[in-house]
Design a binder for this molecule. Structure first.
Ligand code: SF4
Length: 368
Protein backbone atom coordinates (compact mmCIF):
# COMPACT_ATOMS: atom_id res chain seq x y z
CA UNK A 1 0.00 0.00 0.00
CA UNK A 2 1.31 3.41 -0.93
CA UNK A 3 0.90 6.94 0.42
CA UNK A 4 0.82 10.36 -1.18
CA UNK A 5 2.16 13.41 0.61
CA UNK A 6 1.45 16.98 -0.51
CA UNK A 7 3.76 19.59 0.97
CA UNK A 8 2.03 22.97 0.97
CA UNK A 9 4.91 25.45 1.47
CA UNK A 10 2.98 28.48 2.71
CA UNK A 11 2.44 29.83 6.24
CA UNK A 12 0.86 32.99 7.59
CA UNK A 13 3.64 33.53 10.15
CA UNK A 14 6.95 31.96 11.09
CA UNK A 15 6.81 30.07 14.38
CA UNK A 16 9.96 30.70 16.40
CA UNK A 17 11.08 27.05 16.53
CA UNK A 18 10.13 25.87 13.05
CA UNK A 19 12.58 24.74 10.39
CA UNK A 20 10.10 23.15 7.99
CA UNK A 21 10.09 24.43 4.45
CA UNK A 22 7.58 27.25 3.90
CA UNK A 23 7.32 30.89 2.85
CA UNK A 24 5.16 33.64 4.34
CA UNK A 25 5.14 35.71 1.14
CA UNK A 26 3.47 33.66 -1.53
CA UNK A 27 0.45 35.52 -2.87
CA UNK A 28 2.22 36.38 -6.16
CA UNK A 29 2.94 32.77 -7.12
CA UNK A 30 0.46 30.74 -5.05
CA UNK A 31 -1.65 29.59 -8.00
CA UNK A 32 1.35 28.88 -10.24
CA UNK A 33 2.96 26.74 -7.55
CA UNK A 34 -0.19 24.74 -6.82
CA UNK A 35 -0.66 24.17 -10.57
CA UNK A 36 2.86 22.77 -10.70
CA UNK A 37 2.12 20.44 -7.81
CA UNK A 38 -0.88 19.19 -9.76
CA UNK A 39 1.39 18.68 -12.76
CA UNK A 40 4.07 16.95 -10.69
CA UNK A 41 1.57 14.43 -9.38
CA UNK A 42 0.24 13.69 -12.85
CA UNK A 43 3.74 13.30 -14.27
CA UNK A 44 4.74 10.88 -11.53
CA UNK A 45 1.68 8.63 -11.68
CA UNK A 46 3.81 5.84 -13.15
CA UNK A 47 5.81 5.70 -9.87
CA UNK A 48 2.75 4.34 -8.07
CA UNK A 49 2.80 0.59 -8.33
CA UNK A 50 0.64 -0.23 -5.33
CA UNK A 51 -2.87 0.79 -4.26
CA UNK A 52 -2.98 4.19 -2.55
CA UNK A 53 -3.99 3.80 1.08
CA UNK A 54 -3.35 7.30 2.45
CA UNK A 55 -3.15 10.91 1.34
CA UNK A 56 -1.62 13.51 3.64
CA UNK A 57 -1.58 17.30 3.31
CA UNK A 58 1.30 18.66 5.37
CA UNK A 59 3.48 21.72 5.33
CA UNK A 60 3.63 24.55 5.85
CA UNK A 61 -0.01 25.23 6.39
CA UNK A 62 -2.29 23.26 4.08
CA UNK A 63 -5.24 24.53 6.15
CA UNK A 64 -4.95 27.86 4.38
CA UNK A 65 -5.76 26.35 0.97
CA UNK A 66 -9.21 27.08 -0.38
CA UNK A 67 -11.58 24.17 -0.99
CA UNK A 68 -11.14 24.71 -4.75
CA UNK A 69 -7.36 24.45 -4.44
CA UNK A 70 -7.64 21.27 -2.39
CA UNK A 71 -10.13 19.81 -4.83
CA UNK A 72 -7.80 20.50 -7.76
CA UNK A 73 -4.91 18.70 -6.02
CA UNK A 74 -7.08 15.81 -4.87
CA UNK A 75 -8.96 14.94 -8.02
CA UNK A 76 -6.39 12.68 -9.67
CA UNK A 77 -5.11 11.03 -6.46
CA UNK A 78 -8.71 10.19 -5.62
CA UNK A 79 -9.31 8.68 -9.03
CA UNK A 80 -6.10 6.66 -8.70
CA UNK A 81 -6.85 5.50 -5.16
CA UNK A 82 -10.45 4.44 -5.77
CA UNK A 83 -11.97 2.62 -2.84
CA UNK A 84 -8.60 1.56 -1.38
CA UNK A 85 -8.15 4.94 0.32
CA UNK A 86 -8.34 4.61 4.11
CA UNK A 87 -7.06 7.89 5.46
CA UNK A 88 -7.02 11.45 4.11
CA UNK A 89 -5.41 13.82 6.58
CA UNK A 90 -4.98 17.56 6.59
CA UNK A 91 -2.69 19.37 9.01
CA UNK A 92 -4.48 22.46 10.24
CA UNK A 93 -4.01 25.26 12.73
CA UNK A 94 -6.85 26.44 14.98
CA UNK A 95 -7.32 29.59 12.89
CA UNK A 96 -8.09 27.43 9.82
CA UNK A 97 -11.06 25.76 11.47
CA UNK A 98 -14.31 27.31 10.30
CA UNK A 99 -17.71 25.77 9.73
CA UNK A 100 -17.35 26.41 5.99
CA UNK A 101 -13.93 24.76 5.78
CA UNK A 102 -15.03 21.71 7.72
CA UNK A 103 -18.08 21.19 5.50
CA UNK A 104 -15.91 21.57 2.39
CA UNK A 105 -13.18 19.24 3.72
CA UNK A 106 -15.76 16.57 4.52
CA UNK A 107 -17.23 16.80 1.05
CA UNK A 108 -13.71 16.43 -0.41
CA UNK A 109 -13.25 13.15 1.46
CA UNK A 110 -10.89 14.43 4.16
CA UNK A 111 -11.53 12.25 7.20
CA UNK A 112 -8.73 13.15 9.59
CA UNK A 113 -7.43 16.45 10.99
CA UNK A 114 -4.09 16.91 12.69
CA UNK A 115 -4.53 20.08 14.71
CA UNK A 116 -1.57 22.20 15.86
CA UNK A 117 -2.69 23.11 19.36
CA UNK A 118 0.89 23.05 20.78
CA UNK A 119 0.00 24.77 24.06
CA UNK A 120 -2.93 26.17 26.03
CA UNK A 121 -0.84 28.90 27.61
CA UNK A 122 -1.29 32.32 25.95
CA UNK A 123 2.22 33.45 26.92
CA UNK A 124 3.78 30.37 25.39
CA UNK A 125 1.69 30.73 22.21
CA UNK A 126 2.93 34.32 21.90
CA UNK A 127 6.50 33.26 22.60
CA UNK A 128 6.21 30.62 19.86
CA UNK A 129 4.72 33.27 17.51
CA UNK A 130 1.74 31.04 16.87
CA UNK A 131 -1.10 32.62 14.95
CA UNK A 132 -3.92 31.59 17.28
CA UNK A 133 -5.18 32.04 20.81
CA UNK A 134 -6.27 29.47 23.39
CA UNK A 135 -9.88 30.43 22.72
CA UNK A 136 -9.46 29.69 19.02
CA UNK A 137 -8.02 26.26 19.85
CA UNK A 138 -10.97 25.37 22.08
CA UNK A 139 -13.55 26.56 19.61
CA UNK A 140 -11.75 24.65 16.81
CA UNK A 141 -11.96 21.46 18.88
CA UNK A 142 -15.71 21.87 19.41
CA UNK A 143 -16.32 22.54 15.73
CA UNK A 144 -14.23 19.58 14.58
CA UNK A 145 -16.01 17.32 17.03
CA UNK A 146 -19.39 18.44 15.70
CA UNK A 147 -18.32 17.46 12.19
CA UNK A 148 -17.11 14.01 13.19
CA UNK A 149 -13.52 13.98 11.91
CA UNK A 150 -10.92 11.66 13.31
CA UNK A 151 -8.81 14.08 15.33
CA UNK A 152 -5.18 14.26 16.35
CA UNK A 153 -3.63 17.14 18.31
CA UNK A 154 -0.01 18.27 18.61
CA UNK A 155 1.67 19.32 21.82
CA UNK A 156 5.14 20.82 22.35
CA UNK A 157 7.01 20.13 25.58
CA UNK A 158 10.40 20.85 27.10
CA UNK A 159 10.13 24.61 26.51
CA UNK A 160 12.48 26.55 28.82
CA UNK A 161 10.57 27.45 32.00
CA UNK A 162 7.47 25.53 30.86
CA UNK A 163 5.44 24.26 33.81
CA UNK A 164 4.09 20.73 33.95
CA UNK A 165 0.59 22.17 34.34
CA UNK A 166 0.83 23.71 30.87
CA UNK A 167 1.37 20.27 29.43
CA UNK A 168 -1.31 18.65 31.55
CA UNK A 169 -3.89 21.19 30.39
CA UNK A 170 -3.35 20.03 26.79
CA UNK A 171 -3.46 16.37 27.75
CA UNK A 172 -6.71 16.93 29.65
CA UNK A 173 -8.34 17.92 26.35
CA UNK A 174 -8.57 14.21 25.57
CA UNK A 175 -11.02 13.91 28.50
CA UNK A 176 -13.23 16.65 27.11
CA UNK A 177 -13.17 16.10 23.35
CA UNK A 178 -13.24 13.18 20.97
CA UNK A 179 -9.45 13.09 20.53
CA UNK A 180 -7.99 9.66 19.79
CA UNK A 181 -4.50 10.61 18.73
CA UNK A 182 -1.86 12.90 20.20
CA UNK A 183 1.63 13.76 18.98
CA UNK A 184 3.97 15.14 21.65
CA UNK A 185 7.14 16.77 20.34
CA UNK A 186 10.11 17.94 22.35
CA UNK A 187 11.08 21.51 21.52
CA UNK A 188 14.21 21.24 19.41
CA UNK A 189 16.85 23.86 18.69
CA UNK A 190 17.09 23.90 14.92
CA UNK A 191 19.64 26.04 13.08
CA UNK A 192 18.43 29.29 11.49
CA UNK A 193 15.36 29.64 13.68
CA UNK A 194 14.50 32.51 16.04
CA UNK A 195 14.78 30.02 18.89
CA UNK A 196 18.37 29.18 17.93
CA UNK A 197 19.25 32.87 17.70
CA UNK A 198 17.73 33.70 21.08
CA UNK A 199 19.68 30.91 22.75
CA UNK A 200 22.91 31.92 21.00
CA UNK A 201 22.41 35.54 22.07
CA UNK A 202 21.68 34.45 25.65
CA UNK A 203 18.17 35.91 25.55
CA UNK A 204 16.66 32.67 26.77
CA UNK A 205 18.15 29.64 28.51
CA UNK A 206 19.15 26.64 26.42
CA UNK A 207 16.86 23.65 26.20
CA UNK A 208 17.41 21.35 29.18
CA UNK A 209 17.60 17.60 28.65
CA UNK A 210 16.46 16.96 32.19
CA UNK A 211 13.31 19.07 31.81
CA UNK A 212 12.48 17.37 28.53
CA UNK A 213 12.97 13.91 30.05
CA UNK A 214 10.71 14.82 33.00
CA UNK A 215 8.01 16.13 30.66
CA UNK A 216 8.36 13.11 28.37
CA UNK A 217 7.78 10.59 31.16
CA UNK A 218 4.91 12.60 32.60
CA UNK A 219 3.18 12.73 29.20
CA UNK A 220 3.70 8.97 28.82
CA UNK A 221 2.19 8.38 32.26
CA UNK A 222 -0.79 10.70 31.78
CA UNK A 223 -1.70 9.33 28.39
CA UNK A 224 -1.25 5.70 29.42
CA UNK A 225 -3.61 6.28 32.33
CA UNK A 226 -6.19 7.56 29.84
CA UNK A 227 -6.01 4.42 27.72
CA UNK A 228 -3.62 5.78 25.10
CA UNK A 229 -0.98 3.49 23.66
CA UNK A 230 2.42 4.86 22.70
CA UNK A 231 3.13 3.41 19.28
CA UNK A 232 6.06 5.64 18.35
CA UNK A 233 8.41 7.85 20.34
CA UNK A 234 6.23 10.94 19.83
CA UNK A 235 2.86 9.39 19.00
CA UNK A 236 0.04 8.03 21.13
CA UNK A 237 -3.41 6.77 20.20
CA UNK A 238 -6.42 5.04 21.66
CA UNK A 239 -8.92 2.66 20.07
CA UNK A 240 -6.14 1.68 17.68
CA UNK A 241 -6.41 5.03 15.84
CA UNK A 242 -2.80 5.06 14.70
CA UNK A 243 -1.84 7.52 11.98
CA UNK A 244 -1.71 5.09 9.07
CA UNK A 245 0.20 7.46 6.79
CA UNK A 246 3.00 8.12 9.27
CA UNK A 247 3.12 4.50 10.40
CA UNK A 248 3.69 3.48 6.81
CA UNK A 249 6.81 5.69 6.72
CA UNK A 250 8.18 3.85 9.72
CA UNK A 251 7.26 0.49 8.22
CA UNK A 252 9.24 1.34 5.08
CA UNK A 253 6.26 1.41 2.73
CA UNK A 254 6.42 3.48 -0.48
CA UNK A 255 5.17 7.05 -0.71
CA UNK A 256 5.46 9.87 -3.16
CA UNK A 257 5.92 13.42 -1.96
CA UNK A 258 4.64 16.27 -4.10
CA UNK A 259 5.66 19.92 -3.79
CA UNK A 260 8.75 21.86 -2.69
CA UNK A 261 10.64 20.11 0.09
CA UNK A 262 8.65 16.88 -0.22
CA UNK A 263 10.42 13.52 0.07
CA UNK A 264 9.58 10.24 -1.66
CA UNK A 265 10.60 6.61 -1.13
CA UNK A 266 9.96 3.67 -3.45
CA UNK A 267 9.75 1.18 -0.58
CA UNK A 268 13.00 -0.53 -1.66
CA UNK A 269 16.10 1.59 -2.09
CA UNK A 270 15.35 4.88 -3.86
CA UNK A 271 14.75 8.18 -2.13
CA UNK A 272 13.93 11.47 -3.79
CA UNK A 273 14.01 15.04 -2.41
CA UNK A 274 12.30 17.98 -4.04
CA UNK A 275 14.16 21.22 -3.57
CA UNK A 276 13.20 23.17 -0.42
CA UNK A 277 12.94 26.42 -2.33
CA UNK A 278 9.69 27.68 -3.87
CA UNK A 279 11.36 29.72 -6.62
CA UNK A 280 13.53 26.84 -7.80
CA UNK A 281 10.54 24.54 -7.72
CA UNK A 282 8.65 27.06 -9.85
CA UNK A 283 11.47 27.11 -12.40
CA UNK A 284 11.62 23.29 -12.41
CA UNK A 285 15.37 23.37 -12.97
CA UNK A 286 17.50 21.04 -10.85
CA UNK A 287 14.51 20.85 -8.58
CA UNK A 288 14.95 17.36 -7.18
CA UNK A 289 17.65 14.87 -6.26
CA UNK A 290 17.58 11.11 -6.21
CA UNK A 291 19.59 8.88 -3.90
CA UNK A 292 19.99 5.12 -4.24
CA UNK A 293 20.43 3.63 -0.80
CA UNK A 294 23.39 1.34 -0.23
CA UNK A 295 22.98 -1.91 1.74
CA UNK A 296 24.50 -0.12 4.73
CA UNK A 297 22.00 2.77 4.42
CA UNK A 298 19.11 0.29 4.29
CA UNK A 299 20.44 -1.52 7.36
CA UNK A 300 20.88 1.71 9.33
CA UNK A 301 17.43 3.01 8.40
CA UNK A 302 15.84 -0.28 9.39
CA UNK A 303 17.10 0.19 12.99
CA UNK A 304 16.57 3.92 13.09
CA UNK A 305 12.91 3.72 12.09
CA UNK A 306 12.09 0.29 13.57
CA UNK A 307 13.30 1.04 17.09
CA UNK A 308 11.17 4.20 17.22
CA UNK A 309 7.98 2.15 17.01
CA UNK A 310 6.06 -0.64 18.66
CA UNK A 311 6.58 -2.62 15.44
CA UNK A 312 10.28 -2.93 16.24
CA UNK A 313 12.65 -4.76 13.88
CA UNK A 314 11.67 -8.25 12.78
CA UNK A 315 14.08 -11.18 12.73
CA UNK A 316 12.86 -11.78 9.19
CA UNK A 317 13.93 -8.36 8.03
CA UNK A 318 17.30 -8.77 9.74
CA UNK A 319 17.74 -12.07 7.91
CA UNK A 320 16.76 -10.50 4.58
CA UNK A 321 19.40 -7.84 5.13
CA UNK A 322 22.11 -10.45 5.71
CA UNK A 323 21.74 -11.20 9.44
CA UNK A 324 23.47 -9.91 12.56
CA UNK A 325 27.20 -10.00 13.11
CA UNK A 326 28.43 -11.47 16.38
CA UNK A 327 29.24 -7.99 17.62
CA UNK A 328 25.73 -6.67 16.79
CA UNK A 329 24.11 -9.62 18.53
CA UNK A 330 26.21 -8.87 21.60
CA UNK A 331 25.12 -5.21 21.52
CA UNK A 332 21.45 -6.22 21.32
CA UNK A 333 21.85 -8.64 24.22
CA UNK A 334 23.41 -5.86 26.28
CA UNK A 335 20.38 -3.62 25.58
CA UNK A 336 18.16 -6.49 26.73
CA UNK A 337 20.21 -6.92 29.92
CA UNK A 338 19.97 -3.18 30.62
CA UNK A 339 16.18 -3.53 30.47
CA UNK A 340 15.80 -1.28 27.39
CA UNK A 341 14.90 -3.86 24.75
CA UNK A 342 12.84 -7.04 24.52
CA UNK A 343 12.35 -9.88 22.07
CA UNK A 344 8.66 -10.40 21.26
CA UNK A 345 7.26 -12.66 18.54
CA UNK A 346 10.52 -12.66 16.62
CA UNK A 347 10.94 -8.89 16.81
CA UNK A 348 13.34 -6.65 18.70
CA UNK A 349 11.15 -4.02 20.34
CA UNK A 350 12.08 -1.26 22.76
CA UNK A 351 10.57 -1.35 26.24
CA UNK A 352 8.89 1.76 27.72
CA UNK A 353 12.19 2.50 29.46
CA UNK A 354 14.07 2.36 26.16
CA UNK A 355 12.01 4.67 23.94
CA UNK A 356 13.91 7.77 24.89
CA UNK A 357 17.19 6.14 23.86
CA UNK A 358 15.98 4.80 20.51
CA UNK A 359 18.26 6.96 18.37
CA UNK A 360 21.34 6.23 20.48
CA UNK A 361 20.65 2.49 20.48
CA UNK A 362 20.06 2.46 16.73
CA UNK A 363 23.30 4.35 16.15
CA UNK A 364 25.22 1.68 18.05
CA UNK A 365 24.02 -0.81 15.44
CA UNK A 366 24.87 1.38 12.44
CA UNK A 367 27.17 0.02 9.76
CA UNK A 368 29.60 2.66 8.54
S1 SF4 B 1 2.48 26.95 11.15
FE1 SF4 B 1 3.57 24.99 11.24
S2 SF4 B 1 4.87 24.92 9.42
FE2 SF4 B 1 4.17 27.05 9.66
S3 SF4 B 1 5.83 28.04 10.78
FE3 SF4 B 1 4.36 27.33 12.30
S4 SF4 B 1 5.06 25.26 12.90
FE4 SF4 B 1 6.10 25.83 10.99
Amino acid sequence: MAGIYFHVPFCRKKCTYCDFHFSTTFSGYRTALLDLMWLEFNQRLNEINEPIETIYFGGGSPGLLTPNELEMLLKEPFRTAGNQLKELTIEANPEDITQANLIAWRSLGINRISLGIQSLNEDILLWMNRNHSVEQSLSALSLIEAHGFSLSIDLIYGIPNQQLNDILSVIQLVDQYQIEHLSAYALTREPNTALDQWITQGKIPDIEDQLQTEHYYQIQLELNSRGFEQYEISNYCKNNKIAIHNSNYWLGKPYIGIGPGAHSFDGVCTRRWNVSNNQRYLKQQQWFEIEYLSDKNIWNECWLTGLRTIYGVSFNKIKLLGGLTEEEEKTLNEFIKEGLLKKVNNHYILKDTGWLYADRLASELFRI
